[in-house]
Write a protein that binds this ligand. Sequence first.
Ligand SMILES: [Zn+2]
Ligand SMILES: [Zn+2]
Length: 101
Amino acid sequence: MSERLLPNGFCWCGCGREVGLGKFFAPGHDKQAEAAYMAVYHQGSVAQLLADTDHGPDDEVSIRDAALKHGGWETCPRGCGYAGAAASVRNHLKKHSEKED
Ligand SMILES: [Zn+2]
Ligand SMILES: [Zn+2]
């Protein structure tokens, strides 16, 4: 497991902004940091990221399978093939019931 991270009062994207107690990022700056990381290490491409981390289409374990196995992801109990974090699956299940109404 990764070591537990503690916020230090400043935005981790590198902008130098002070952020509220318990926060790592100014609003939206986590996305900016993510985009910067992608640009530096994976040419801004998720496909490149997957290929670089052995989760490309020719690799044994897709990122979806890896998430289900190691990332705490779950599949939709209705068997539609949707997969995501527990909260996402809960949200997704609402859509099933909305459709049936
Ligand atoms: Zn920032
Ligand atoms: Zn479903």
